[in-house]
Design a protein around this ligand. Structure first.
Ligand SMILES: Cc1cc2nc3c(=O)[nH]c(=O)nc-3n(C[C@H](O)[C@H](O)[C@H](O)COP(=O)(O)OP(=O)(O)OC[C@H]3O[C@@H](n4cnc5c(N)ncnc54)[C@H](O)[C@@H]3O)c2cc1C
Length: 348
């Protein structure tokens, strides 16, 4: 028998955007349903790099990252099972001086370390020419799969009806107002407030209702190395555009690389030989572990808006239908803060 039930808020998708929206909804005491098409966390979030830094080009992103760090630390403090403290950006000296000025208000503990200091503290990092490290002890990297698992459990404790394995196939819309959603099993859940937090799948859902979302989709490769170290620090490499997160004796990261995709499901393919070649070059250029080997690689789909800004608003054509999208390669930094803003917007 198909289910029919009523909620105050329905969220579609339990990646970073969905779970944090769910959390802030419980703070406002909404009776909330969170539907996720897969049995355990899937999508871009659990496949991502796990970097959460305020050292971003765009001031809006730095502010969102600052708020997201506050939110994440509010839950996890320095839980070493999930969080690794500290992040260092390798930059040319002039860029680092400029960035220090730019970030010092937002990141009070930020400091420049010269090459000798960086290499004596983290001897597996190589610096060249006039490179230095811009170091923030309070930025972080995290295990995104464990973060989602933690949030899923926390949401259930707080009374969110979290239903994995339920794919939303249709929105119920009447007279330009959302009324609920229907799943692949024919279950119908009713609410006059629905949040689409399905990441790169949002576009397909909206398209099936004749609504265009101006985003493009890409697949992003990422790699896992086994190395002879533990207690490492997350690294951003401004000069060859790569990012790295430590996890016990593993080093997970990528160079900024992508392939175009038509739909989200195409974003999961294994990185090709060219992508492997690029990451190995980047790895050898920047690091000098005495023992290391590439042990795994995967890709994940992300969606990017035409102006690179995140999308967090009500859909013009349908009252009560909200969306978080366009998180690009920055969803862990943007998502928690945007989820909070969206719930505040819904309330107001
Ligand atoms: C390789 C890689 C590295 C990255 N590194 C970083 C990084 O270091 N730092 C950072 O901040 N960001 C990073 N990102 C970007 C970040 O992962 C994304 O921006 C973010 O995860 C997007 O979150 P989301 O919740 O919008 O989407 P997703 O995480 O994709 O979640 C969407 C969820 O919706 C579900 N869903 C889809 N359709 C339906 C449906 N019809 N019904 C029900 N459920 C549905 C999916 O199964 C999925 O779980 C990286 C991304 C990739 C791919």
């Amino acid at each position: 028998m198909p289910v029919e039930e009523e909620y105050e808020l329905i969220i579609v998708g339990a990646g970073v955007a969905g779970v944090f929206t769910g959390y802030f909804a419980t703070e406002k005491k909404f009776k909330t349903l969170l539907l996720e098409k897969d049995r355990s966390p899937d999508g871009a979030t659990p496949r991502s790099g796990g970097v959460v830094t305020r050292m971003m080009d765009n001031p809006l992103d730095s502010e969102l990252a600052a708020e997201s760090i506050e939110i994440i630390r509010g839950f996890l403090r320095s839980d070493s099972e999930i969080i690794n403290d500290g992040y260092i950006s390798i930059e040319d000296e002039d860029d680092a001086e400029r960035d220090l000025e730019k970030f010092k208000e937002l990141i009070p503990d930020i400091e420049i370390m010269d090459a000798a200091e960086v290499m004596s503290r983290w001897s597996y990092i190589k610096l060249y020419h006039d490179e230095v490290g811009l170091y923030s002890p309070s930025d972080l990297t995290l295990n995104p799969f464990k973060l989602l698992k933690y949030m899923w459990n926390r949401l259930m404790d707080r009374g969110v009806d979290l239903q994995p394995g339920k794919r939303v196939t249709r929105l119920i819309i009447k007279e330009n107002r959302v009324r609920g959603v229907e799943t692949h099993e024919g279950d119908r859940y009713y609410s006059d407030k629905v949040v689409l937090a399905s990441g790169p799948w949002n576009r397909e859902i909206l398209k099936s209702h004749g609504i265009d979302l101006n985003v493009w989709l890409i697949g992003v490769p990422i790699f896992k190395f086994e190395v002879d170290r533990t207690k490492m620090v997350g690294v951003w490499d401004e000069n060859i555009y790569s990012y790295w997160r430590p996890e016990n004796s593993h080093w997970i990261g990528g160079v900024y690389d992508s392939f175009p995709i038509e739909k989200a499901d195409d974003g999961f393919r294994k990185p090709d030989d060219e992508a492997v070649k690029r990451i190995l070059e980047g790895f050898r250029y920047r690091f000098k572990f005495s023992q290391w080997r590439l042990i795994d690689s995967w890709s994940g789909p992300i969606s990017i808006s035409h102006d690179y800004k995140p999308i967090c608003r009500e859909i013009d054509e349908v009252r009560g239908l909200y969306i978080i999208d366009g998180l690009g390669g920055r969803g862990l930094m943007r998502g928690p803060a945007l989820a909070k803003k969206l719930i505040e917007r819904i309330i107001s």
